[in-house]
Design a protein around this ligand. Structure first.
Ligand SMILES: [Zn+2]
Length: 128
């Protein structure tokens, strides 16, 4: 077996090509993640996704694909729903905290606002 082969080539039992778009992101050490990812997304779709993004964004894309595959492996029905709901809950809590802080800031005397406004950049609330 070729020692330098990637998880994809090992799975397909072929010689690894240096031009493979997936080889840098799925080394042998990530074989388990590759299996879970290709079961959920399919090899062809993973290659299409990597080809569609810039080389700079491919690492983050692969991490997202692996996360989806890992979560889907654990819970094939709900998949990433639990994570999405948790993130929505966090966004909701943070929006409420921002509203509360803005309310408190509005009632502070002017002399106390200056250092706060200069040091804290409170983002505008965006609807999700
Ligand atoms: Zn390979």
């Amino acid at each position: 077996m070729n020692i330098k082969s990637c998880a994809v080539c090992r799975f397909k039992r072929k010689r690894c090509s240096e031009t493979s778009i997936m080889a840098p992101y799925f080394p042998i050490s990530r074989t388990a993640e590759y299996h879970k990812s290709q079961n959920v997304s399919g090899v062809t779709n993973i290659v299409k996704m990597l080809a569609a993004v810039s080389p700079h964004d491919r690492g983050a894309t692969v991490e997202s694909i692996i996360m989806d595959g890992t979560v889907s492996y654990k819970d094939p029905v709900l998949r990433t729903l639990e994570i999405v709901l948790d993130l929505r809950s966090q966004i909701h809590s943070l929006k409420n905290e921002i509203v509360t802080l803005r309310h408190k800031l509005a009632f502070l005397p002017e002399r106390e606002k200056q250092p706060l406004e200069a040091s804290v950049n409170i983002p505008q609330i965006v609807r999700v």
